[in-house]
Design a protein around this ligand. Structure first.
Ligand SMILES: [Zn+2]
Length: 476
């Protein structure tokens, strides 16, 4: 037992600041399976090497791509991410039944515009891919403004913003434009064109499994189906990529499975194709809306009392900044698929400002200026702190339970001094008292309100002195 702990002590994410572990790494990156569409380069930029600027640059790079639930935009996005991590890219053909759904036709678009008869483009897809209703059928027509109006979507209350609209499962077409643009339309007739295709093809998603010591898995999921929208879409994508890049360099107790899926249909597709994997998923997070300046919000898993819920709550309570924790609800992002009753996976959703609660949501104002490097960095750091908790959350047993063992005789008092030492001493007392085999390290740290590092340090010292023994079981 002690030997096993000693191995874990050296292996499990003992230090958190970005880059700290990398400098200490001597081993090879953790194994991963499969082959990505292009291997991640050894020279790929390190997304966590600076306080958020590299992640923000990746947001800006991905921003112009016209993503949807299928099509080349998703492929281009995954191709870009494969510079950082060796993604497996999966193509699932149109018509494939996935749970209660069917993979739709693949949508691609080259160009779209509303043109005055003089030839001037008054709405131009080349300026913003939000100008076209997602999944619009192709059209090329001369139309009166009167007939065109019903095809035009605006936000009268936010007249300078272009809304984001889609129609995946009811075939139609339309344009989105700012209300100011709309009000400037005064010609009788316009030429309209949407140069798109809706054809049999496939739905594309990306997956990357980092194998840890255990086959038990942590599922990290984000959606990759929104076009030029940054907080809702790209922030989750870049943070998931940064986490994967970082965790691939570290020895880990759990295996980590990253999935980059189109919202709803992509998660349903992944679930339908991975039934055998699901029993190994012990924890999970959906990552989204993680780049705005708001406080962190965590939406609990369906059960609400999962270890991931307690780990996130503990980490947020230890942070200096404000946060919010919400109960599960069956709306939002793909946590509602992972948390549907048949699967009931322990997957929560980590956000800053939740969807629909920032005015930029699903508008052209959710652009690169709305996400901030510092917020991205804080979100990524929070994720790594949560990972550190679940990686180290074992259960222990006090081997000297009758009265407090004499710590001074074992040299555990002499090294004390200052606030950190005080936390260390308290952590030792808490661990000795509560380690009766029923409380995990997280249970004890949360009850004691002590820093995770102090609890880990105390755990290490007590195990080294033979006062604690790790139980070979996951906390429940
Ligand atoms: Zn959205």
């Amino acid at each position: 037992m002690i030997e096993k702990l000693a191995g874990g002590e050296q292996g499990y994410l003992e230090r958190l600041p970005f880059g700290a572990l990398k400098a200490a790494q001597t081993g090879q990156p953790a194994a991963h399976h499969g082959s990505g569409i292009s291997p991640a380069s050894q020279a790929a930029p390190d997304l966590l090497s600076d306080p958020g600027d590299a992640m923000h640059s990746l947001v800006k790079e991905l921003y112009p791509i016209c993503r949807s639930i299928t099509g080349d935009g998703v492929r281009a996005t995954l191709g870009c991410l494969s510079r950082y991590i060796p993604l497996d890219v999966v193509e699932v053909p149109t018509g494939t039944q996935v749970l209660d759904w069917t993979i739709p036709r693949e949508w691609n678009i080259r160009d779209a515009f509303i043109k005055r008869l003089s030839g001037e483009r008054v709405v131009d897809f080349r300026n913003s891919n939000l100008h076209v209703v997602g999944y619009s059928a192709p059209v090329c027509a001369l139309m009166s403004l009167a007939d065109l109006r019903s095809r035009l979507h605006t936000l009268p209350a936010q007249p300078d913003r272009i809304p984001y609209r889609t129609s995946y499962y009811a075939e139609t077409w339309g344009f989105c434009l700012s209300h100011n643009q709309f009000e400037s339309l005064c010609d009788d007739d316009y030429e309209v064109c949407i140069d798109s295709t809706l054809r049999d093809g496939s739905l594309t998603y990306g997956e990357y499994l980092i194998e840890g010591e255990s086959s038990d898995e942590v599922l990290i999921s984000c959606h990759v189906c929104h076009p030029s929208l940054c907080n809702d879409n790209l922030s989750g994508i870049v943070i998931a990529t940064a986490l994967a890049q970082e965790l691939a360099r570290r020895p880990t107790r759990y295996s980590y499975r990253f999935v980059f899926v189109p919202g709803t249909i992509g998660a349903i597709t992944w679930l339908a194709r991975n039934r055998s994997v699901l029993e190994r998923v012990k924890h999970g997070l959906v990552l989204t809306c993680l780049g705005d300046a708001g406080r962190i919000t965590y939406k609990k898993s369906r059960g609400g009392g999962a270890e991931i819920d307690r780990a996130v709550a503990y980490v947020l309570q230890r942070k200096a900044s404000e946060f919010a924790i919400r109960d599960f609800s069956p709306d939002g992002y793909d946590e509602r698929q992972y948390g549907s009753p048949g699967f009931n996976l322990p997957v929560g959703c980590l956000m800053r400002t939740p969807h629909g609660e920032f005015s930029e949501y699903h508008t052209s104002a959710d652009d690169p200026s709305f996400v901030h490097p510092a917020a991205l960095a804080d979100s990524a750091r929070t994720c790594l702190e949560v990972v550190d908790v679940i990686e180290n959350n074992w259960t222990y047993r006090n081997l000297h339970p009758f009265g407090e063992p004499q710590l001074g005789r074992r040299g555990l008092y002499e090294s004390l001094g200052g606030q950190v030492a005080s936390d260390f001493r308290l952590a030792m007392l808490w661990l000795l008292n509560m380690s009766d085999g029923t409380n995990s390290l997280l249970d004890i740290a949360a009850k004691a309100g002590l820093p995770w590092q102090s609890v880990k340090d105390a755990r290490r010292a007590l195990c080294r002195e033979g006062l604690l023994d790790m139980l070979d079981q996951r906390p429940v």
